[in-house]
Write a protein that binds this ligand. Structure first.
Ligand code: GAR
Length: 264
């Protein structure tokens, strides 16, 4: 029997991408099965989707953790293995010059939340973690503890834009307001930046005169529901490899970029 890829999922909201991966997996189309669903948001509707399919779920309430930190930073409990200097050096989530107090508060609160996530995930022996509308940036604290083998990235994200255009929290809104004639979605591996990791797959759609933001979101989600299961399937088939490419640029500069090769 072919081994089944064990998929964990993190969500924050409605979970329609989660549903697409569950449905495709149950239909035998991904080569995997979703073994847990975690959320940063106790109200996430997607948690009910997990329950309907008998998939165990858990919540780590990021909002409550952030409030605790704001109220009493001095007594805020950090994970025993948290190293602030290491995190400051690795994270690429803030532009240079960002107020260090803001960066530190972000790294401390997220690491505390991420330690709880890791604790909850520990009982599931998962191969791949998919972020399916998970609206929290992950820090190197979490990423390094999931990606334990350097050549085997294990965290995928779906983003509602054709990256590298429009990273951030409102990909379709940014696409709409910019006046783009094409929109799209991207599945990529997570790295230490925001929506900056190696791209696995993309799908595009046309934006027609008169399309509203809601039209764009609805066209985009339909593409996402096809793209995410397809990328998970590539992963299950062992067809994805991250390689570093080197390019010579005019002026003698060199560009290095990690990209995904998909074998046939
Ligand atoms: C999707 O459009 C997804 O691409 C986006 O949130 C939506 C979640 O919908 N993700 C991000 O913006 C991540 N930065 P869903 O909960 O119905 O899958």
């Amino acid at each position: 029997m072919t081994p089944t890829l064990r998929i964990g999922a993190l969500i924050s909201g409605g979970g329609t991408n989660l549903q697409a991966v569950i449905d495709a997996s149950e239909a035998g189309q991904t080569g995997g099965q979703v073994v847990f669903v975690g959320s940063d948001n106790p109200q996430a509707k997607g948690l009910q989707r997990a329950a309907r399919h008998g998939i165990p779920s858990f919540v780590v309430d990021y909002g409550a953790i952030i409030r605790r930190h704001r109220q009493a930073r001095e007594t805020f409990a950090l994970p025993a293995d948290f190293d602030l200097d290491e995190m400051r050096a690795k994270a690429r989530l803030f532009p240079p010059g960002t107020d260090t107090r803001k960066v530190d508060a972000f790294l401390e609160t997220r690491a505390a939340a991420e330690a709880e996530l890791l604790g909850a995930m520990q009982s599931y022996d998962f191969d791949l973690l998919i972020l399916a509308g998970f609206m929290r940036n992950l820090t190197p604290y979490f990423i390094d503890r999931v990606n334990t083998e350097p050549d085997r990235p294990r965290i995928m994200n779906i983003h509602p834009a054709l990256l590298p255009a429009f990273p951030g929290t409102d990909g379709y809104g940014d696409t709409y307001r910019y006046g783009c004639k094409l929109g799209g979605c991207t599945v990529h591996f997570i790295d230490y930046g925001e929506d900056s990791g190696p791209i696995i797959g993309q799908r595009a759609f046309e934006i027609l005169p008169g399309d509203s933001l809601d039209d764009i979101k609805s066209k985009g989600l339909k593409e996402e529901w096809k793209l995410y299961p397809a990328c998970v399937k590539y992963y299950a088939q062992g067809r994805l490899r991250v390689v570093e490419q080197t390019h010579s640029l005019p002026g003698g500069k060199t560009l290095r970029r990690k990209v995904v090769e998909i074998s046939s």
